[in-house]
Structure formats: C-alpha cells, structure tokens
Design a binder for this molecule. Structure first.
Ligand code: BGC
Length: 454
C-alpha cells in the first residue's frame, strides 16, 4: 500500500472529474476561437488550414522523397506507394547536433540539403527528379501546400532567421547553393497531417491525427465552412480541409493555470521558450522525464520517497545537479515493471543514481510518481482528442496516433481511451490507430494527392 506522503506529493497531478470537464470546455472553446477569423488573433490554438483537402484512397502509386525534421532526429526517406493501401519506406537517420538546433537557420538548412544530397547519391537517384514532401513539425502559417511560414520554434529549436520566413524557400535556396541535386518540393506538412494521412491510407474513417512525442499536437478534418481562414477559392470544389490545431500552445492565455503545478511553472521558467507551449510542456516527451525529476527532488525533501534509503542524500544531490538526467523513456520502462521484481526500476536507480538497494516500497513509489505524471499527460491528450472527435461531422471516427511517448509507454493508449470514453459524445464511436511512419508515408501521400489534384 502506498502511504499518504507520496499520495499527497502527487495530489496536484491527479485531475478531478470537474477539472477534466473544465479543461475540456476551455479547450473546445479555444478551438472554435482559432477557427474564426474575428477571434483567431486571441486564440492560443491557431488552427492553421493545411491546404490538404483530399484524403488518400489507398490507390496512390509512385516514388517520393520525404524529409522529416522536428523530432529527436532528422530523416531522409524514399517512399514507394504501391497501391492497395501499401507502401515501402526506406530511410536514413541523421543526428541534428545541438549547436545546429540553436545556430543560424542557414546552417540548419544547409545541413538538411547536405543529408538530402548524400541520400540521393547513395540511392543513385541524382537524375530521378522525384517529388519531395517536407515534414516540418513546427507551427507554420501555410499559404498553400508549398508555402509554410514558420510562426515560432518549439521543442528546443531556436535558429535565428527562420521565424517569419517560408521554410520551403529556405530549403530550396539551400539545395540551390549546393547545386548538386535537383529536387521539386511539392508539399510542406506538419507531422500530425502526415499521421492522419498515413492512417487514412489504411483506414477510411481516420479524421484526426495526433503526435505525442518530443512535442505534442493534433490536426483534424474540418468542414470548409467552419474554417474562416481558408480562402474562398478553396471552398468551391472541396468541402473539407485538414486543420493543424497547434494545441501545444493551449494554456498560454491562462486556461490551464488552475491545473498547472509548481513543477510545470519551473519547467516553463527554465525552458528556452518561457510562457509558450504550456499544454505541450505538460504532455510531451521533451518534458515528462524532467517533471519526474523535479517531483523526486521535492519528494526527497519531504521524505515522501526513498525515506529509509541510506544513500538518499547523495541521490538528492545527483538529482539536483543533473537536469534532464531522468528521461521520458525511463518513465515508460518503470511503468512496464511488475511487482515485486521491478527489474527496470532497479536498473535505472542503479545506472542513473548509483542506488543499489532500492526496496520494493521505494520502487512502488517511484512507479507511482511516474504513473501520475504520465496519466495526467494522457488525460490531457484525451481531452483534446475527444474535443476534436466531437467536432467532426462523422459518427464513426478513427484517431491516428504516433510519437515516442504514445508508442513506447505501456499504458498511454489505455489511459487515453479511459478518458475519451467519458468525454466523446454518446452518439459517436471512436477508435485509436497507431500510425505507421506518418512523417514519411504521410509526406509521400500529401505529395501524391497534390499531384493528383493538379
Ligand atoms: C509543434 C507541432 C508538432 C508537434 C509534434 C510541436 O512542438 O509545434 O507543429 O506537430 O510538436 O511534433
């Protein structure tokens, strides 16, 4: 049994039914605000029209290149769409060195172009002239499929000279500077759009795409009449458009203050983008591990965790001195553990903190701390997901999901469904589907439907 100290420690992470309902109402209102031209400027969720208006049929064929920037790694991909809902994806992963994440934008785009050129040379495709889809997973104002102006950096990126610029043009210029590859950038898309497209390729009922990875965001299929920001010429022939909600920014207007904890405030204050992406900072992989570290520091001070461990003082010092030592993947590993072995928990305690003799009780408490942090994240994601499912016109809605947190956490899916069952309207049915390589296959599909439209 867990004692009251640890329960008290985690109390502020446990959302009551009232809080869940209240966040839901505020989120739903915020999306409506984002969609309306008259209120968009005050909305935190910007609801950018993506200009993707056709969902895949499954019959798409052809070879496409894709670039994927926005998670932990940068990837170049070659995607062969084979019809019959099938695709083959080959890719190469390249690290994005820390200095490129915060250095001049030109250097970042030169690096992207260099990786692309190497990939094309390796695959002997210099003269193939393949169309390219660029999955650029940051908030962008799209002016069409090929034009995307970055509105802000997120997730630890902060390269001067890019915000306010069209990233399609920056990529094009970097490719031109090299002069050794000829590539046509035919579409720029968000990873949530890629996720939705890649799930819709397999399941025609997919209407929502969600990422819970390094960052957190969602998009959904909306009726064009609801999307004020979409120009009239795009409303004549087609009746739907994918809207990129950019829900990571939700809360910047104070909407989440009543549920944010002292730890959320600390995370935000020491981030490189204070006061921004507040919903993201409570839900995504970039921050969840660090939230656990901060809670453990407080827990040790209050003797709510590792109370009797002889090395608790040293443990506290290691935690205090090493930001980000506890990573989000450790949460997934600890929550995968079974009683009373706690094999992962013990290994992590030893590897990270040199703690040899964690007791069963210590392990139980650490697991509980992780559970409270990840469960709150999943509950918040579920609130957003339910809002979007309820907003769509369809009665049966499949939600496509991806991202390292969703993919590797043993119970994230279960936690999300639990809350969605409470919030999705009774006349609707929903399901969640794991996306297969949305950033690659999805990019190819957007490129493919774009060329079909032409
Ligand atoms: C970005 C989104 C992106 C999400 C998931 C957020 O930080 O603002 O555009 O979809 O991360 O990668």
């Amino acid at each position: 049994m867990l004692d009251t100290e640890v329960r008290e420690l985690m109390q502020s992470f446990v959302l009551s039914d009232y809080q869940v309902q209240e966040v839901y109402s505020r989120f739903y209102a915020e999306i409506s605000k984002g969609l309306k031209r008259s209120t968009n400027s005050q909305a935190t969720t910007k609801c950018f029209p993506t200009y993707v208006q056709d969902l895949p049929t499954g019959d798409e064929i052809g070879k496409y290149l894709a670039l994927d920037l926005g998670g932990t790694n940068f990837r170049v991909l070659l995607v062969s769409l084979k019809g019959h809902h099938d695709a083959l994806v080959e890719f190469q992963t390249y690290a994005v060195p820390k200095d490129l994440m915060v250095g001049p934008g030109v250097d970042l785009f030169d690096h992207i172009a260099e990786c692309l050129a190497k990939f094309v040379a390796k695959h002997d495709m210099k003269n193939a002239y393949l169309p390219l889809g660029f999955t650029f997973s940051f908030p962008c104002v799209q002016k069409g499929l090929k034009e995307a102006v970055l509105s802000r950096w997120t997730k630890g990126f902060k390269c001067p000279g890019v915000a306010g610029e069209d990233v399609g043009r920056l990529l094009h210029e970097a490719i031109q500077r090299r002069g050794d590859v000829e590539i046509a950038v035919v579409a720029i898309l968000n990873d949530t759009t890629g996720t939705l497209m890649s799930c819709a390729h397999r399941n025609a009922d997919c209407r929502v795409g969600i990422i819970v990875g390094t960052g957190c965001n969602a998009c959904y299929v909306e009726h064009v009449d609801q999307v004020d920001l979409l120009d009239h010429e795009f409303k004549r022939e087609k009746k739907q458009v994918i809207v990129n909600c950019e829900w990571g920014a939700f809360g910047e207007g104070g909407q989440l203050d009543f549920v944010r904890t002292e730890y959320d405030v600390t995370i935000d204050n020491k981030s490189i983008n204070p006061a921004q992406q507040l919903f993201e900072k409570m839900t995504s992989g970039m921050y969840l591990g660090e939230l656990v570290r901060l809670v453990l520091i407080r827990g040790l001070q209050k003797k709510a965790v590792f109370k009797l461990n002889p090395r608790r003082e040293e443990f506290a010092t290691i935690l205090e001195e090493n930001e980000n030592i506890f990573e989000t993947r450790h949460i997934s590993e600890i929550e995968s553990d079974t009683f009373p072995e706690f094999a992962n928990t013990r290994r992590i305690c030893k590897q990270l903190f040199g703690l040899e003799k964690a007791t069963v009780e210590d392990c139980q408490k650490l697991k509980y701390v992780c559970e409270c942090v990840s469960k709150r994240a999943a509950t918040l994601v579920a609130i957003g997901a339910s809002g979007l499912v309820n907003k769509t016109f369809d009665r049966k809605v499949v939600v496509g999901m991806d991202g390292s947190v969703y993919r590797y956490h043993p119970k994230f899916d279960e936690y999300i469904r639990e809350t969605m069952h409470k919030l999705v309207k009774p006349d609707k049915t929903f399901d969640i589907m794991l996306s297969e390589d949305g950033s690659g296959r999805g990019a190819a599909l957007v490129a493919a439907v774009a060329s079909k439209t032409k």
